[in-house]
Design a protein around this ligand. Structure first.
Ligand SMILES: CC(C)(COP(=O)(O)OP(=O)(O)OC[C@H]1O[C@@H](n2cnc3c(N)ncnc32)[C@H](O)[C@@H]1OP(=O)(O)O)[C@@H](O)C(=O)NCCC(=O)NCCS
Length: 208
């Protein structure tokens, strides 16, 4: 007898629905998958990452911040600088970062990971289209920045974004560093910086 999963595509359905008619293995699975989980990504997550990224960017600008090979490369080299948000085992949002070693981001930063540095380059933050405008992007970014504070040696995060997303990153605590020298397919970007020591310093000095 053919198992129904044998014909299923590589990516599972986005929302796990309650099985109609009671399929026992699916019911067991609903109990074992956490409702919500945050964890570092690994190369096995690359396809799910790229599916979300492709939908988010290709239809809008024709360009993805990271190709599938680059996703695989960064998740292989520096999984500790990524964070995924999973709901019932399905990836709903993610961030991918890598190490960088200069004051400002340069074109090589787009494809390179510099190990053992104080700066994280945040390449991409993306939320599944079914889950946007629900606060998930802001929450994931906040959790990522909190997480980075605990990674020894890290001092700041840098990213580039289009002008329309500057207010989003500003709300998360990033500050503008000015126009970036990086351009992709005639798009211009603002560079933004987040100081990882900032809040801890403020808390230490607030008497709380
Ligand atoms: C940008 C993105 C990560 C935001 O995540 P989200 O979960 O939808 O955002 P939140 O619900 O946490 O916050 C909503 C805020 O994000 C900002 N925002 C989101 N999408 C925006 C857009 N297309 N244009 C302008 N602002 C936008 C707004 O400030 C919005 O606040 P508002 O609703 O009060 O105007 C998400 O929309 C996404 O994945 N977009 C496609 C990929 C992308 O552009 N990634 C960022 C560059 S790497």
């Amino acid at each position: 007898m053919t198992h129904p999963d044998n014909n299923s595509p590589l990516l599972k359905p986005f929302f796990l629905k309650t099985p109609v008619g009671g399929v026992s293995h699916m019911r067991r699975r609903r109990h074992t998958l956490p409702a919500s989980e945050f964890r570092n990504l690994n190369p096995q997550d690359a396809i799910s990452v790229f599916e979300i990224e492709r939908e988010a960017f290709v239809s809008v600008s024709g360009e993805c911040p990271l190709t599938l090979d680059e996703v695989l490369s960064f998740l292989g080299q520096c999984p500790e600088l990524s964070l995924g948000w999973f709901e019932e085992g399905q990836l709903v949002a993610f961030i991918i970062g890598s190490g960088w070693n200069k004051d400002r981001l340069a074109q090589e930063a787009m494809t390179q990971h510099v190990p053992d540095t104080t700066t994280v380059h945040v390449h991409v933050l993306s939320v599944h289209r079914h889950c946007r405008q629900q606060g998930k992007g802001s929450i994931l970014l906040w959790r990522y920045l909190q997480y980075l504070r605990g990674v020894p040696g890290l001092r700041r995060a840098l990213l580039i974004c289009e002008e329309f997303l500057v207010p989003f990153y500003r709300k998360a605590g990033f500050k503008e560093k000015g126009p970036s020298s990086i351009s992709v397919a005639n798009m211009c970007f603002q560079e933004m910086e987040y100081t990882l020591g900032g809040l801890a310093y403020a808390r230490r000095n607030s008497g709380c």
